[in-house]
Design a binder for this molecule. Structure first.
Ligand SMILES: [Zn+2]
Length: 250
């Protein structure tokens, strides 16, 4: 009787799973499950949202950020990192990596990850890679920092990290704490920033995400870029319509 009742209760839950989480499991960057089809997996915003990311930023249409100074303050530091190959990118989950404050809100760094080529473009120029730093405030609002990566010198701060990239999907590696970079040093030293309201660049394409793009790129060597592309040859969403949105600069 007990067994029977359990089955009766659980069956509908199992049956409903595929329709609850389709976006998590079925999307990709190519073919029938690629970006132009994301709206078909129950993520309507991916197809019909009006504040989607990434975008191409036309610099001549950018306006100065209102107020006296930029309200942006980034305080990142050394922290333990768990590197995950989630099948879409390499993501570093961060605990206690620091905060970003912007317009009176404080956001905690949750994770950072990589795309190739870059998702955002500036005057239609794309970069070999882009790094996204995902930060969340206490109410769950997201602020994402976007940093462009160009080909140049070997990135020493990332070299230990790069040596331990998890090759197989679903694997997670705790980075040796002695090898963990000071996250603050991974950001461009001096840079103007571009601010706009957008979305997640992966399903479910949730909107109301505050984007902060660094105009100044950081460098990665050709070999470092190649190593990432051996795992993920192409994992970017193309630019979306800007519509009525304004992009501000500090
Ligand atoms: Zn991203």
């Amino acid at each position: 009787m007990k067994v029977y009742r359990c089955f009766y209760l659980l069956a509908p839950i199992y049956l409903s799973l595929p329709s609850v989480h389709p976006a998590e499991t079925h999307w990709s960057y190519r073919g029938n499950h690629g970006p132009t089809h994301w709206g078909e997996f129950g993520s309507n915003l991916c197809a019909e949202g009006t504040q989607q990311s990434p975008i191409n930023v036309e610099m001549k249409q950018v306006r100065p950020l209102k107020g006296h100074d930029s309200d942006l303050k980034i305080s990142y530091r050394v922290a333990p990192l768990d590197l995950v190959n989630n099948g879409h990118t390499i993501q570093a989950n961060v605990m206690g990596g620091g905060t970003v404050s912007f317009k009176g809100n404080e956001y905690r760094l949750m994770q950072f990850h990589f795309h190739t080529p870059s998702e955002h473009q500036i005057n239609h120029r794309s970069y070999p890679m882009e790094m996204h730093w995902v930060n969340q405030d206490q109410e769950g609002h997201l602020l994402v920092l976007g940093v462009m990566l160009k080909e140049g010198e070997k990135n020493q701060a990332l070299s230990q990290f790069w040596r331990q990239l998890p090759v197989h999907q679903g694997t997670e590696i705790a980075l040796d704490p002695a090898a963990a970079p000071d996250l603050g040093t991974l950001l461009p030293a001096a840079s103007h920033h571009l601010f706009y309201k957008g979305s997640l660049t992966t399903p479910p394409c949730t909107e109301d995400v505050q984007w902060v793009l660094f105009e100044q790129p950081i460098e990665l060597s050709k070999a470092q870029i190649h190593k990432f592309r051996q795992l993920f040859p192409e994992n970017h969403r193309p630019p979306q319509r800007v519509n009525e949105r304004e992009v501000d600069e500090d």
